[in-house]
Design a protein around this ligand. Structure first.
Ligand SMILES: *[C@@H]1O[C@H](CO)[C@@H](O)[C@H](O)[C@H]1NC(C)=O
Ligand SMILES: *[C@@H]1O[C@H](CO)[C@@H](O)[C@H](O)[C@H]1NC(C)=O
Ligand SMILES: *[C@@H]1O[C@H](CO)[C@@H](O)[C@H](O)[C@H]1NC(C)=O
Ligand SMILES: *[C@@H]1O[C@H](CO)[C@@H](O)[C@H](O)[C@H]1NC(C)=O
Ligand SMILES: [Zn+2]
Length: 472
């Protein structure tokens, strides 16, 4: 009942759109840009209603509160864990109770890795306990651990040059943080490159924009034919300290103990819910975030925020009684952190319908105050997205940046489907990413309200336009 007034206005808006406009079929050439521009502009009032409801109205703080309840109840949601399966079951019920359409679970086999006990002690030149976190998919050490001398390098190039020194040692990478995509190469490939030159283990400086002595974990990858050596991340502080010691010619010895182990794959699910399209139900705008997280921290930011503003987008649209022409599909991915496992399976299963995906969206880089939308697609599609974003003028968030992406939607984007993601403060995001610091304390209800409003306006308007977004 609370949303009754909004519902009436929403219906009036849709009815008024239906009149005086010839219905466009998929195979009819696109209308000229001026017509599309006018069509998008006609959503000005409905965009304002979404913004008012999300930011100032009855629904304010809802995505934050829903997320806090899940995070406080379940905690972290590592791939293969009981926690993740519990979270999926809770979300399945939540989405049904929200009255969304076609709520269902799509089965996926996912990796099950556990870190177990882990420790690293610097034995020389002095005793110092290092904070560390094993990297996802790493093997463990023997029970006695590995005790070895350290070789500190700052790049793969330096490791190549000093290859003869690496044999039998623990390689410590002290690579500077440039940006995530570049620097994360050390986390992903560090063990393989160290093993190739005969190292016994590798320790990687956490891939973080800022540190208060926090290890930041994440997935790493072994390579066929290269020995699997134990690998973990250490803090920026300890990596820099060992780098200074080494540059003074000081001999460093570390004892490393890791119980990390990979178990058999487990059964999991992508969680799906929809607002079924009123006119083109086969056509899809996909909004998404991933439900799994790392086991350190609580997965509140990565990617609880993205998952819950995506759910919120559908909730807001439903609250307002809006019925987009195309299907708005929410997907909460499983096992993103292990390499987009759930999303890969979804893509394999659903790509037969790729021609009917208008836009794929994922929020997985934070739900802080958005500075705009990142978009990948044709020039024509970008021009339309710029018009859509101008509807967010009341929030002064109208910019369309390049580089729309997300580990879970890239499968579609690479095949030509337009893709969108939220741009916000990445410095803040990578300060907490994959660390014990990823908790609800990082999240801000007001910022989530704004992020959800942007997400809802974009997804609703694109799902409701007469035509799909044009591809290249
Ligand atoms: C939403 O959260 C903000 C920040 O915590 C708070 O100031 C505001 O009162 C909350 N709004 C409602 C309606 O609870
Ligand atoms: C593909 O779309 C059709 C409707 O156009 C639907 O019936 C079918 O279930 C979809 N297939 C998959 C695998 O999503
Ligand atoms: C795409 O959607 C259109 C109309 O909505 C439908 O006629 C067509 O069969 C769909 N294509 C696929 C591949 O499902
Ligand atoms: C609106 O946003 C732009 C940048 O996106 C900023 O430069 C400008 O100061 C903002 N205006 C207001 C009134 O906040
Ligand atoms: Zn993530």
């Amino acid at each position: 009942m609370k949303f009754f007034i909004f519902t009436i206005v929403g219906i009036v808006h849709l009815v008024s759109l239906g009149f005086g406009r010839a219905i466009q079929k998929n195979n009819i050439p696109q209308r000229n840009f001026q017509e599309i521009k006018e069509e998008v502009a006609s959503y000005k009032d409905v965009a304002k209603k979404i913004i008012n409801l999300a930011v100032y109205g009855q629904s304010q703080n809802r995505s934050y509160e829903r997320l806090a309840l899940l995070v406080d109840t379940v905690g972290p949601r590592l791939s293969g864990s009981k926690n993740l399966e519990k979270a999926i079951q809770i979300m399945y019920r939540n989405l049904q109770e929200n009255g969304l359409d076609n709520v269902h679970l799509e089965p996926v086999k996912i990796p099950h890795w556990e870190r177990g006990e882990e420790s690293a002690m610097m034995l020389a030149p002095r005793m110092h306990k290092l904070a560390l976190a094993s990297l996802g998919s790493s093997v463990g050490t023997r029970a006695a651990g590995i005790t070895a001398e350290v070789l500190v390098v700052t790049s793969f190039e330096e490791l190549q040059k000093r290859a003869p020194e690496a044999r039998g040692k623990i390689v410590v990478y002290n690579q500077p943080y440039v940006n995530y995509p570049m620097t994360v190469q050390y986390r992903v490939r560090g063990a393989v490159e160290a093993a190739k030159v005969g190292a016994l283990a590798s320790l990687i400086r956490s891939v973080a924009s800022f540190s208060i002595y926090s290890p930041h974990t994440g997935i790493q990858e072994y390579q066929d034919g290269v020995p699997k050596i134990p690998t973990a991340c250490i803090t920026v502080e300890d990596a820099e300290m060992m780098s200074r010691l080494a540059s003074r010619g000081v001999r460093i010895v570390i004892q490393l103990k890791m119980d990390a182990k990979t178990y058999c794959d487990t059964e999991s699910f992508n969680t799906v819910a929809e607002i079924t399209g009123s006119k083109f139900p086969e056509q899809v705008v996909l909004v998404s975030g991933h439900l799994d997280s790392w086991d350190v921290g609580q997965g509140a930011m990565d990617d609880g925020g993205g998952a819950f503003i995506s759910w919120e987008a559908l909730s807001l649209i439903k609250d307002l009684g809006l019925h987009p022409k195309r299907t708005l599909r929410l997907v909460l991915w499983t096992a993103e952190e292990q390499g987009g496992i759930g999303a890969s399976q979804y893509y394999q299963l659903h790509k037969v319908n790729i021609s009917n995906y208008s836009l794929v969206m994922e929020s997985d880089s934070g739900t802080f105050l958005p500075t705009g939308l990142q978009f990948t697609g044709s020039e024509k599609a970008r021009a339309i997205m710029e018009e859509v974003m101008s509807l967010l003028q009341p929030l002064n968030i109208t910019q369309v940046f390049s580089g729309g992406e997300g580990a879970d939607i890239n499968f579609w984007i690479q095949d030509g489907v337009p893709g969108a993601s939220l741009q916000d403060d990445l410095y803040k995001y990578f300060a907490f990413h994959h660390s014990q610091g990823d908790t609800m304390t990082v999240m801000d209800p007001k910022q989530m309200n704004v992020a959800a409003a942007v997400w809802a306006v974009v997804s609703y308007v694109v799902a409701d336009l007469e035509e799909m977004l044009p591809r290249s």
